[in-house]
Design a protein. Structure first.
Length: 255
């Protein structure tokens, strides 16, 4: 398996977190890949065989080559048969509506093909990404597209406050919507409305997803740490709280 990773150019770092690609991910046969919430919207380009999306006891055979995934606070599975070659654009939590002009709330726990958003442009972009001969060329193509999209849409007046709130959630363990609203100099009601407008999820649900990701990072950084320490470092009340949340968000039992 080949895995490639790149950071965005400096002007796009407020909107894009990273680009990555995988090729020849699986051996022959049928494979089931569990996808868990990350707090980050993603644009996927399937460059070879397309998977089957399995979510809430339903199956969707993906027909297009490019899909935009919104914020998830539940897991889903991808059933892969044959070769899997992916190119992915991972956005910052608030970037979806700014780049694509879609209300983030419309893509919560859902995805939409790029061609449904832009019938002609989506097809052209998918073809360019598919025809590109290298990872670096695909990054150049998608950055050109994102720059053009951003020029069409002025930055929202509350964007700096929203970025500050995301940083607090990412770095601190104990906080609530009232504290975040005070930091943003907004009323709680106004803050929650702006937050959901750009993130898609309300603050308390987004916090749950980031705590999950913090716990996974703690396990990666400190493989020998006991679950109580992992829970406290990630911002959970205790170990049982973390185990319960892990099961709810991933469908799996934490080990």
């Amino acid at each position: 398996m080949q895995y490639l990773l790149a950071r965005p150019s400096s002007p796009l770092q407020f909107f894009v977190k990273q680009y990555w690609a995988m090729e020849n991910c699986f051996s022959a046969g049928v494979h089931l890949e569990r996808i868990i919430p990350t707090g980050l919207p993603v644009l996927y380009f399937y460059l070879s065989d397309k998977p089957v999306l399995i979510q809430a006891n339903s199956q969707d055979h993906l027909k297009h080559h490019a899909y935009l995934c919104g914020q998830y606070n539940q897991f889903f599975d991808l059933q892969v048969t044959g070769n899997m070659h992916l190119f992915a654009v991972v956005f910052q939590p608030y970037a979806l509506s700014m780049i694509f002009g879609i209300p983030s709330t419309e893509l919560v726990n859902d995805q939409i093909s790029l061609q449904e958003i832009y019938p002609q442009l989506g097809h052209e972009l998918s073809s360019k990404i598919g025809d590109a001969i290298s990872f670096a060329e695909r990054v150049d193509i998608i950055e050109t597209f994102i720059f053009k999209q951003l020029k069409k849409k002025p930055e929202h007046t509350h964007m700096a406050r929203l970025r500050s709130s995301i940083n607090i959630i990412s770095q601190e363990n104990y906080f609530n919507s009232a504290q975040l609203a005070a930091n943003a100099c907004l009323s709680r009601k106004q803050f929650e409305r702006v937050f959901r407008q750009f993130i898609g999820l309300p603050p308390h649900k987004f916090i749950r997803v980031l705590r999950l990701q913090k716990s996974l990072l703690q396990k990666q950084l400190f493989p020998g740490a006991n679950l109580t320490r992992v829970a406290i470092e990630a911002g959970y009340f205790d170990q049982s709280h973390m185990i319960r949340e892990f099961k709810n968000l991933t469908g799996m039992t934490q080990k």
